[in-house]
Design a protein around this ligand. Structure first.
Ligand SMILES: Nc1nc2c(c(=O)[nH]1)N[C@H]1C(S)=C(S)[C@@H](COP(=O)(O)OP(=O)(O)OC[C@H]3O[C@@H](n4cnc5c(=O)[nH]c(N)nc54)[C@H](O)[C@@H]3O)O[C@H]1N2
Ligand SMILES: Nc1nc2c(c(=O)[nH]1)N[C@H]1C(S)=C(S)[C@@H](COP(=O)(O)OP(=O)(O)OC[C@H]3O[C@@H](n4cnc5c(=O)[nH]c(N)nc54)[C@H](O)[C@@H]3O)O[C@H]1N2
Ligand SMILES: [Mo]
Length: 712
């Protein structure tokens, strides 16, 4: 940290990154220059410390390669050759091309690809929805993350925040299920340590012996994509040994008999064969979990990243009600507390502007949509990409890149840097970084409303997304009041400020203090479902989901507010185990050619692909490494430090071999996030991952990936 003088101005902010912690920032500014960004010591989650990724955040604002002006492509697509143009010329070009496309093909030939590069209310996940709904573009389902787990969570317990992570301090038994908290939810760990000090047992369920697993009392090394079987096996034991809280189940749950029947098909011996976990361990886990109250489950997103991911999360989310864990402070489960925030999605996304009959395409199917593999009428002729970097982050990137190369495709990218995706743009618009913009941050890991106030002027012609869409709306001739509203006017409409959770919270007060806790009970007292009160149609925890009667659906948040169900495979009202596609047994032929399961979790020092172009973070993270079991390495004559090639029918990438028993035999691990343009092979993990979907919410199956490995 730099030393600060009395000349230093301190401005309150909030971290914009796609992370459950959403830390409270203090921006330190001297002579108009951001000299440091520190964590607010008063904030109960941040507690004065930022993660390694954000340690050099002030400098990130002055990165020499930051985009400061609009750019127009001058070389072939993908070459990264651009020349500066004015903002007005960029807007004029967009208007001409879009008008032409709309005349020839209709507005649905335009597609917006957006994710959570920025997590603000004004500038984040939904920042393009109102504009593109107004334009009549094809609706993009934003399914990179949490769409599967949220659908499953809402089907089971409704849109509730569930267990407050701060209440983990009061738990006696904590299961961290598919989450590498030490890297991805660091600020929740101290609450777990508090519980541990008081004697709580910490269990981590993860195929890999991660940093987090190493801190646990018990690491359960599960085969990827088999969590649904483990949860049903636990339910089997809990019911067979009568560890059920019958009073709770009778009063506050729906479908116990059906769940009992389903779980009877998953005795521990059978589950042991599926998951690779010894039957005695499954029994012990079930007994300890049921009888050590309050017991808590921290659900990680990786639970959804397999073909049966949705049902796995429904089964896991059924556990606390079965044993009455919700009765206690510190008991229950947490997916995302985001459901406690009173968003006004009707205003945020303007679903009323969606023209009847507008089609929907999952962003994760963009490669197939662009290349013509999915027959589309009209075809996609223009892409607008912001807050996302699909060329590194989307599965099966080779197919996507083939689509991005199309000469007849008009692509606009709004970015901070010329990323792997921006290289394929026709026009690039420069975006602001967090110290340069105003926003109310959306948080998905705690219960504080967080205001970010601008501390410095935006450099060059950079503008926040919200202003970019105002300009685009004006350019396209939209004259609705919406586009003339100030940031504060928008925010006043985007939340229900009169909701009980917002008691005493106002924008004025937030401007003074920076952050305030929602009025949803304090961590030492909060037990939201002690007496049921689930937000499901029945008001109960639904082991048998009423929502399944509506067929396959995803939460409207992920599709511009669009409510209509898509015809899909019928969903079983009671969760079942749906096996992975890419395992021996499911696909013998594939498993013979590609015998290694590859997992691609989050990097410690990058935030998805962000900061992967920062030399400091590159040093912290190291080069692209593939962890492989020593026996698998030996049969392939691979030694520690060798460069290896990881491949399957979809693609390949190269990395450095790290022989490690942190991965079991038949499993390998390589982190996500490396920029293709900065790797040895010009490719990374997502060159190998498949485009298949989890059974709920259109989520991706990043953990369902068979590969072979050889010396490079
Ligand atoms: N194999 C594999 N693939 C995965 C995952 C995995 O575990 N394994 N995880 C998935 C998950 S969970 C997620 S969330 C996705 C994430 O996928 P993305 O959201 O695409 O991830 P980022 O790399 O954060 O890309 C965000 C981009 O937005 C830009 N950006 C940041 N702020 C702003 C802004 O204010 N305005 C504009 N216009 N741009 C901005 C950044 O520079 C960055 O390039 O990846 C998914 N992909
Ligand atoms: N440092 C850092 N922090 C981040 C991010 C980042 O890129 N870097 N990204 C942010 C984002 S977008 C998100 S969504 C969160 C996600 O944070 P996490 O929920 O922690 O997600 P992942 O890193 O995808 O995976 C977590 C763990 O799940 C394991 N896993 C993979 N497949 C399976 C499976 O089938 N079953 C089980 N039981 N475990 C499995 C992986 O080995 C990994 O250790 O982190 C956020 N925080
Ligand atoms: Mo994510």
């Amino acid at each position: 940290m730099a030393t600060h003088t009395s000349e230093t101005k301190v401005v309150r902010g909030a971290c914009p990154q796609d992370c459950p912690d959403t830390c409270a920032f203090l921006y330190h500014v001297e002579d108009g220059r951001l000299v440091d960004v520190t964590g607010d010591p008063e904030h109960p989650m941040t507690r004065g410390g930022l993660c390694v990724k954000l340690k050099d955040y002030a400098e990130h604002h002055y990165h020499p390669e930051r985009l400061l002006h609009p750019m127009k492509r001058v070389g072939p697509k993908g070459s990264g050759k651009f020349e500066q143009i004015s903002y007005d010329d960029a807007l004029a070009e967009i208007k001409t091309r879009w008008t032409d496309i709309i005349d020839k093909y209709g507005s649905q030939a335009i597609f917006n690809h957006c994710y959570l590069g920025n997590q603000g209310t004004l500038n984040g996940l939904t920042s393009g929805d109102a504009f593109f709904n107004r334009l009549g573009a094809t609706i993009g389902e934003k399914c990179y993350c949490e769409s599967g787990s949220s659908t499953a969570w809402i089907m089971t317990v409704g849109p509730t925040g569930g267990l407050d992570v701060e209440s983990l301090a009061y738990s006696k038994y904590i299961i961290v299920w598919a989450m590498n908290m030490m890297s991805t939810n660091l600020h929740a760990w101290p609450f777990i340590l508090k519980a541990k000090k008081k004697g709580a047992k910490i269990v981590v369920i993860d195929p890999i012996r991660t940093r987090t697993a190493k801190q646990a009392d018990w690491h359960i090394q599960i085969r990827p994509g088999t969590d649904g079987a483990l949860a049903l096996g636990m339910i089997n034991v809990i019911i067979a040994e009568d560890l059920v809280d019958h009073d709770y189940v009778t009063k506050y749950t729906l479908g116990f008999e059906e769940l009992k029947e389903r779980a009877a098909q998953y005795p521990p011996e059978k589950v042991a064969k599926i998951t690779g976990i010894p039957a005695e361990d499954i029994q012990r886990l079930a007994r300890e979990y049921a009888t050590t109250q309050p017991s808590a489950i921290r659900e990680g997103v990786a639970l959804e990243r397999s073909p049966g991911g949705g049902d796995a999360i429904r089964a896991v989310t059924s556990l606390p009600a079965l044993v009455g864990a919700w009765r206690h402070v510190g008991g229950g489960a947490v997916e995302m507390p985001i459901w406690e925030f009173p968003f006004n999605f009707e205003f945020l996304q303007r679903p009323d502007w969606i023209k009847p009959g507008t089609r929907v395409i999952n962003e994760l199917d963009l490669g197939a949509a662009l290349t013509g593999e999915t027959k589309l009428d009209p075809p996609l002729m223009s892409l607008f990409i912001h807050n996302s970097n699909p060329a590194t982050q989307q599965q099966n990137t080779n197919k996507l890149i083939e689509g991005l190369k199309r000469e007849d495709l008009f692509t606009v990218v709004s970015e901070l840097f010329i990323t792997d995706t921006a290289r394929y743009a026709d026009i690039i618009l420069p975006a602001t970084l967090q110290a340069e913009q105003y926003d109310l941050q959306v948080t998905w890991g705690h219960l504080y409303v967080m205001l970010n106030q601008p501390a410095i002027e935006p450099p060059g012609e950079c503008v926040p997304n919200v202003e970019m869409f105002r300009r685009l709306a004006k350019t396209m001739g939209f004259d609705d009041d919406y586009w003339g509203m100030t940031d504060d006017e928008l925010l006043m409409n985007m939340y229900d400020w009169d909701a009980p959770a917002m008691k005493n919270i106002t924008l004025e007060k937030l401007k003074e203090v920076g952050w305030m806790r929602l009025d949803v009970g304090t961590p030492d007292k909060r037990a939201p479902h002690a007496e049921g009160n689930f937000k499901t149609p029945s008001g109960k925890c639904e082991f048998k989901a009423s929502a399944a009667e509506n067929g396959n659906f995803i939460v409207p948040v992920w599709r511009n507010g669009y409510e209509e169900m898509q015809p899909g495979d019928p969903v079983d009202p009671v969760p079942d185990y749906i096996p992975p596609h890419e395992v021996s047994g499911a696909n013998e032929e594939l498993a013979k050619r590609f015998p290694i399961s590859l997992i691609s979790p989050k990097p410690h020092a990058f935030l998805n692909s962000q900061f992967a172009n920062e030399p400091v973070q590159q040093r912290r993270q190291g080069e692209l490494t593939v962890a492989i079991h020593p026996e698998d390495a030996a049969t392939r004559s691979i030694e520690n430090g060798d460069y290896i090639r990881v491949f399957n029918d979809r693609g390949s990438f190269e990395g450095k071999a790290e022989l490690s028993e942190d991965v079991s035999k038949g499993l390998a691990m390589a982190n996500l996030g490396y920029w293709l343009s900065l790797t040895r092979s010009g490719s990374a993990v997502n060159s190998t991952t498949s485009s298949s979907h989890s059974n709920l919410g259109g989520a991706g199956c990043q953990s369902d990936n068979l590969v072979e490995i050889a010396k490079a």
